[in-house]
Ligand binder design. Structure first.
Ligand code: UD1
Length: 424
């Protein structure tokens, strides 16, 4: 069982490069499978969620190969199996996008309800209602969503659908389903994340007719068939944000490269408000921080708001800042499972409803801790870097789902962090 061992006290200093976006790549792989022809996806990260998504697509008959490091070939010509396997789908939330793929291409789908990080209840009701709006009969049978298009041609029909809460996953799934539908689909209150724009770019190159991606109204005019193409995954704004926070927690100076500064603007503003210096150039950000930061209040929101994925690392940062800060989670029901672990390290945090009340200036000390999910894992790594003594972080497989050997990257910029194997 892998454990990360962090010794506190070092400042992060130097340059670090961001990899391709996980959330984008997971959607793009399924998007590419809509096409009959070879699509090459470049800048695909090496997170463990990627091979899991590859395995799911293969089980449906899609050809997926790693042609070179960070480069995937996806060809949906052989897509024929409508049933996705439970053992694979339960591992990650993004696996549910195959529902949109199957309904779009075959007009039928049998997909188990997905797994993913434990952020409270995570239903897929918006997805299912969207498929119904596009003309599918949708039923829940023995843990599976079983959906069929009843018309003679097995083809979904374009429709207007209002998505509750600008859900990211629902927007992806319905974009996938609507590309090959008959007629025009309008997605109202659509998610505006850069990964949605990335998906629309890929699908557009494959021959889809999509307008408005990046706004809350996406219009998709269905076409008969999509072809293969070549596309580069955008940089991971969530990985970017966590390194920015890491620099601030350790009062370091870090240049984060290969990114799109506008994708992390909400975080940049909050870090500046807290007293960090953030300098932007075209594709890099330099974060420096000397002295103690001020506590600031934040609320997580869908993009372009403050991303929920920054919440846990930001709480870790606020434990070291001056004064009280209120961090409100308004995207997921319960994303504070890691708070008890920070408390073990001496953090003073109270949870009231959806808000973490963080009393700053904590003297953190190293402790054995366990991460419940990807970003909480990073929060614990950063808290460990700011703490006195040694922190041992268990549950490293969660981190591997969203970071490529995080310890190697952080070591290059001065962190004292190693991965060791421990007896279970
Ligand atoms: C995606 C990202 C995740 C990110 C999140 C918010 C992936 C694989 N995951 O998750 O990293 O933190 O967006 O930016 O890309 N909801 C429903 N019913 C539904 C769908 C969603 O009630 O059918 C609720 C969710 O429980 C949640 C909120 O809507 O409270 C937003 O969820 P959503 O935007 O769909 O997030 P995900 O796509 O699951």
């Amino acid at each position: 069982m892998a454990v990360l061992v962090v010794r506190g006290g070092q400042r992060l200093e130097g340059e670090i490069s961001v990899t391709g976006s996980k959330n984008s790549a997971l959607a793009l792989m399924v998007g590419a499978a809509l096409g009959k022809g070879e699509t090459i996806l470049e800048n695909v990260p090496k997170y463990t969620d990627i091979p899991a998504q590859m395995a799911i697509l293969r089980s449906l008959g899609v050809r997926v190969e790693e042609v070179e490091s960070g480069c995937l070939l996806v060809d949906g010509t052989g897509l024929e199996n409508e049933q996705a396997p439970y053992e694979l789908v339960r591992k990650l939330r993004a696996s549910f996008y195959v529902a949109g793929l199957l309904l779009g291409r075959l007009g039928r789908a049998k997909v188990p309800f997905p797994g993913g990080d434990p952020f409270g209840t995570r239903p897929v009701d918006f997805h299912l209602r969207g498929f119904q709006a596009l003309g599918a009969d949708v039923n829940v049978e023995y843990g599976y969503m079983v959906a069929r298009v009843g018309n003679l041609f097995g083809r979904l029909c374009g429709a207007k659908y209002y998505i509750n809460r600008a859900s990211f996953g629902t927007t992806v799934n319905l974009m996938l389903a609507a590309c090959l539908a008959d007629g025009v689909t309008m997605l109202e209150n659509a998610a505006r994340e850069p990964e949605i724009v990335d998906l629309a770019m890929l699908l557009g190159k494959m021959g889809a007719k999509i307008k408005g991606a990046g706004t809350d109204m996406i219009t998709i005019e269905g076409v008969r068939e999509l072809r293969g193409t070549r596309h580069e995954v955008i940089p991971d704004r969530l990985e970017t944000g966590t390194y920015m926070i890491g620099a601030a927690v350790t009062k370091g100076r870090v240049k984060v490269q290969n990114l799109m500064p506008e994708h992390v603007r909400a975080l940049t503003i909050k870090l500046q408000e807290a007293g960090a210096e953030v300098r932007e150039s075209a594709s890099a950000l330099e974060i420096s921080c000397c002295g103690r930061l001020r506590g600031v209040d934040v609320e997580t929101r869908p993009y372009p708001g403050f991303a929920t994925d920054y919440q846990a690392p930001f709480v870790a940062l606020m434990t070291t800042a001056e004064g009280v800060s209120l961090v409100r989670e308004s995207v997921f029901d319960d994303r504070f499972a890691y708070v008890d672990e920070l408390r073990r390290m001496g953090a003073n945090i109270r949870i009231e409803g959806a808000t973490a009340i963080v009393l700053g200036q904590a003297e953190l000390t190293g402790a054995p801790v366990e991460t419940p999910d990807i970003r909480a894992g990073v929060a614990l790594v950063f808290a460990g870097l700011a703490a006195k003594g040694e922190t041992r972080i268990h549950g490293v497989h969660h981190l591997d789902r969203g970071y490529e050997r995080i310890e190697e990257k952080l070591r290059k910029i001065g962190a004292d962090i190693i991965r060791v194997e421990e007896e279970p």
